[in-house]
Design a protein around this ligand. Structure first.
Ligand SMILES: *Cc1c(COP(=O)(O)O)cnc(C)c1O
Length: 465
């Protein structure tokens, strides 16, 4: 048998990949024709591919490598734990030290009285837990008809049947018979695309009040919870107007609807504080966590639950759990990740020093002829590409055409920046330095110039009617 290693020629690796590996969120035949980029190693914010190119990863993998690549301490924590106790479950009245220690640390870091964690293997699993958890909570209180969870269009909450139903991605709902019953979607607070003539503040209020209308239409006695990302990530880093979250909080309080903050991206320093809930001053009853929890070094997610909700849930048995709930190796890695993020002041420094520097540079991209708006919170930002800034107009070409051209230009300039439709998004590791931010911006500008030239050449700098 041939040994498949980093030393194989790229084309052979790509051929084997195409033959046997089915990629997530990918058109397989298109990728097979072109060949996947093979990433071989990484340090800090820099990836190396099989051709030796050094690429600045402005996406921190999939929004998760908050601590940066190559931290030996995390590898050592995993190895230590694997040797001592590689696996044991937490189902049948047993527990273990990594699960205990991480739960204790999370209770300390989390705001408010979110003092309890239900572990999962990923963000999707944690949101599936949340669906059953909030419905079971209301059933325990004698209100089993409170079942409906209100979410938002263009939200991303995961890819399993339950979590993708919570999400509001039309393309995902179009495959496999989603959403499941009992999920209701309201509009997103995306002022650039949908705000029309309203000011951002008016628009934020209008979108938040859709929650109140939905509660009134569905019936207060039918609604269990509202779920939202503090800042929509995969939907294109949609930063809500300042008026949005206070109004959502008022409505959740008034109607006693549980508030679930999906902190899978926003958590662990991404928005400049430990949690997005702190950045926006909201008081969630439940927070979904994953991604930055372990900086992606090991798979783990969870639901952080308030004292009040945990007390009700603990009155009975919750028939729910995953084989890998509280996996000891993942817990040990997450704990080491949190220790470093805290002790080295990575979250604090990103929030007070590097994020403000990035913000200034990022917002300056607005002077580029292709860029309509540039928004950023902490270490997550986006720019809207447009052929007509004054009208905030979309392109006449199919949505995503310009974004894809820009992403390809980023690739060619050794920068990983993702496109969501015709928005470009970044979410770099929190350890990115000022020099690396300068490099990121230089490459982004070069890519924007090239994309602009190509769009102009191909006659695509035209606005939709
Ligand atoms: C990525 C993501 C999820 C899903 O997490 P997985 O670990 O991919 O299952 C859920 N919610 C948000 C906000 C995410 O960004």
């Amino acid at each position: 048998m041939t040994v498949i290693s980093n030393h194989m020629p790229t084309a052979e690796l790509q051929a084997l990949d195409a033959a046997h590996h089915m990629h997530p969120f990918t058109n397989g035949s298109e990728l097979a024709a072109k060949g996947a980029r093979v990433i071989t190693r990484a340090r800090g914010v820099t990836l190396t591919d099989s051709e030796g190119a050094e690429i600045l990863d402005a996406m921190a993998g999939l929004w998760c490598v908050n601590i940066g690549y190559g931290r030996e301490e995390l590898a050592e924590a995993a190895a230590r734990q694997m040797k001592e106790l590689p696996y044991y479950n937490t189902f049948f009245q047993t527990t273990h030290v990594p699960a205990i220690a991480l739960a204790d640390k999370l209770a300390e870091l989390a705001p408010l009285d979110l003092n309890h964690v239900f572990y999962a293997g990923s963000g999707s699993e944690a949101n599936d837990t949340n669906i059953r958890l909030v419905r079971t909570y209301w059933a325990q209180l004698g209100k089993p008809e409170k079942q409906v969870i209100i979410s938002r269009k263009n939200a991303y909450h995961g890819s399993s049947v339950g979590s993708a139903s919570l999400g509001g991605m039309a393309a995902m709902h179009g495959q496999g018979g989603l959403p499941i019953p009992g999920i209701h979607h309201i509009d997103q607070p995306n002022w650039w695309a949908e705000g029309g003539e309203m000011s951002p503040e008016e628009f934020g209020l209008e979108r938040a009040r859709q929650l109140e209308q939905a509660i009134q239409e569905l019936g207060e006695d039918k609604v269990a919870a509202f779920i939202a990302e503090p800042v929509q990530g995969a939907g294109g880093v949609i930063v809500p107007p300042d008026s949005y979250w206070p109004e959502i909080q008022r409505i959740c309080d008034k109607y006693e609807i549980l508030l679930i903050a999906d902190e899978v991206i926003c958590g662990f320093g991404r928005t400049g504080n430990w949690f997005g809930a702190q950045t926006y001053g909201i008081r969630p009853d439940i927070m979904t966590i994953a991604k930055g929890l372990s900086s992606g070094y090991a798979p783990i997610g969870g639901s952080l639950v308030s004292d009040a909700v945990a007390e009700v849930l603990n009155r009975g048995e919750f028939f729910h759990g995953y084989t890998y709930s509280g996996h000891p190796v993942s817990c040990a890695v997450a704990l080491e990740n949190l220790r470093i993020l805290e002790e080295e002041g990575i979250v604090a420094r990103a929030g007070s020093e590097t994020a403000p520097y990035l913000k200034q540079k990022w917002e300056a991209l607005c002077d580029h002829p292709l860029v309509g708006e540039a928004t950023i919170v902490g270490m997550m930002g986006s720019i809207a590409l447009t052929p007509d800034k004054a009208r905030r107009a979309p392109f006449a070409a199919e949505a995503g055409t310009a974004g894809l051209i820009c992403r390809e230009a980023c690739f060619a300039n050794n920068l990983v920046m993702r496109h969501v439709g015709d928005r470009m998004v970044i979410s770099p590791p929190l350890v990115i330095t000022r020099d690396e931010i300068d490099t990121l911006i230089d490459r982004a500008r070069a890519a924007l110039d090239q994309a602009h030239a190509r769009l102009t050449d191909e006659g695509l700098m035209r606005a939709a009617a």
